[in-house]
Design a protein around this ligand. Structure first.
Ligand code: SF4
Ligand code: SF4
Length: 86
């Protein structure tokens, strides 16, 4: 299982979740070169430990546990995973 960043992050991208994550699996961070061009942030499903700490940190409720991702945003589960396959 993993947590997934969904549509509300687009246009917000404030990185509050990055500071909350104990294993630094949310990217790109502001320190990464690709941050400016990135549409949103993504959670690495291979690194996420399912702690849920990022959920309350997000001001726009963009983060969901994989099985709780709203129907309209289910494609974001793959989008998060694909970001780390590049
Ligand atoms: S659930 Fe925990 S480990 Fe996974 S992205 Fe959120 S803060 Fe990081
Ligand atoms: S806290 Fe929410 S809006 Fe901000 S970068 Fe993380 S997922 Fe995106």
């Amino acid at each position: 299982m993993t947590y997934v960043v969904c549509e509300p992050c687009i246009g917000t991208k404030d990185t509050a979740c990055v500071d909350a994550c104990p294993v630094d699996c949310i990217h790109p961070t502001k320190e990464e070169a690709e941050f400016e061009a990135a549409e949103m942030l993504y959670i690495d499903p291979a690194e996420c430990i399912d702690c849920g700490a990022c959920v309350p940190a997000c001001p726009v409720e963009a983060i969901f546990e994989e099985s709780e991702v709203p129907e309209k945003w289910t494609d974001f589960t793959a989008k998060n995973a694909e970001h780390f396959l590049k």
